[in-house]
Design a protein around this ligand. Structure first.
Ligand SMILES: [Zn+2]
Length: 293
């Protein structure tokens, strides 16, 4: 989308609260609809395919520990336990008790609505080389199972991650995202998802949507999650990353590395890798409690 600031909403109109936030900060930007965004992505994809001979939306190869392998082959290696999953993963900045966090401090639906602000890193080192938009939208709309309306907006040209000292450190990228995009968060139903091209983990999120952002030993409301379209180990599907990390914000904990350790569920690394889009009964109850307290 070039160097301009662009916001994408369902109907191409800017919600009043966002318009006010932009005005307060003297930010000028263009607003377009999902439909227009999809047209732009389609064109960009055509150009990419022409230039590189690879479809960025459907890459058939994956780089694992520096080696280019066919995606299907990687899947077989993982299935047989020959390739580890734990180098990928939605690990979090620190380990909390597995299971379910408390709904006291994190994000939740207000007037039956959750607002998802999706920021694409704009600097050349971090701008994603694979599309993530429709996967993110699909993933977040799965939270409508919890009787809430989910509004997804995309922000281009806003987030500059070039000042992150270890450029691929997922936690440092998450901290930078939280710093740079806090202006958009002013209600308990605002959550932020940032996408970068590459990080040392597929995703990270502040557990239970809280974090001590100003180091005063009191947890702050911190509904931020980071996703990467590529990582060092095996890559998770993009929609699975977004659903897994957003679930962390709503209190759900990690549930083991391998699929035999937990029922089919988005919170278990093995099942996430295999592309499931459901929560198990207990993780579902956890998200339900947190999103609609
Ligand atoms: Zn589960």
């Amino acid at each position: 989308m070039g160097s301009k600031k662009v916001i994408v909403t369902e109907n191409g109109k800017i919600p009043e609260d966002i318009a006010k936030k932009l005005k307060d900060r003297n930010i000028n930007c263009i607003v377009i609809s999902y439909e227009e965004m999809n047209k732009i992505i389609k064109e960009a994809r055509k150009r990419y395919i022409k230039k590189y001979g690879v479809d960025p939306a459907n890459p058939r190869v994956e780089v694992v520990n520096g080696v280019v392998l066919p995606k299907e082959y990687v899947k077989e290696l993982v299935r047989h336990g020959l390739l580890k999953l734990n180098q990928s993963g939605g690990i979090r900045p620190y380990t909390i008790t597995e299971g379910c966090g408390s709904p006291s401090n994190g994000p939740y639906a207000v007037n039956g609505e959750v607002k998802v602000h999706v920021f694409e890193a704009k600097d050349s080192k971090h701008v994603p080389t694979e599309p993530f938009e429709s996967d993110t939208k699909n993933a977040l709309e799965r939270f409508e199972n919890f009787n809430v309306n989910v509004q997804v907006m995309f922000y281009y040209g806003f987030w500059d991650a070039s000042d992150v000292s270890d450029w691929n450190d997922a936690i440092k990228l998450l901290n930078d995202l939280a710093e740079d995009t806090s202006w958009v968060v002013d209600s308990r139903n605002d959550i932020v998802i940032g996408w970068v091209d590459y990080a040392n983990h597929n995703g990270v999120a502040y557990p239970d949507g809280t974090w001590d952002l100003n180091n005063d030993n009191i947890p702050d409301f911190a509904p931020y999650a980071l996703c990467a379209v590529r990582t060092s180990g095996v890559d998770w599907p993009h929609d699975s990353i977004a659903q897994h990390e957003a679930s962390h914000l709503f209190g759900a904990g990690d549930q083991g590395t391998w699929w035999w350790e937990h029922p089919s569920c988005i919170m278990n690394y093995g099942w996430v890798y295999l592309g499931v889009d459901n929560w198990c009964d207990s993780c579902e109850a956890c998200v339900a409690n947190n999103i609609n307290p």
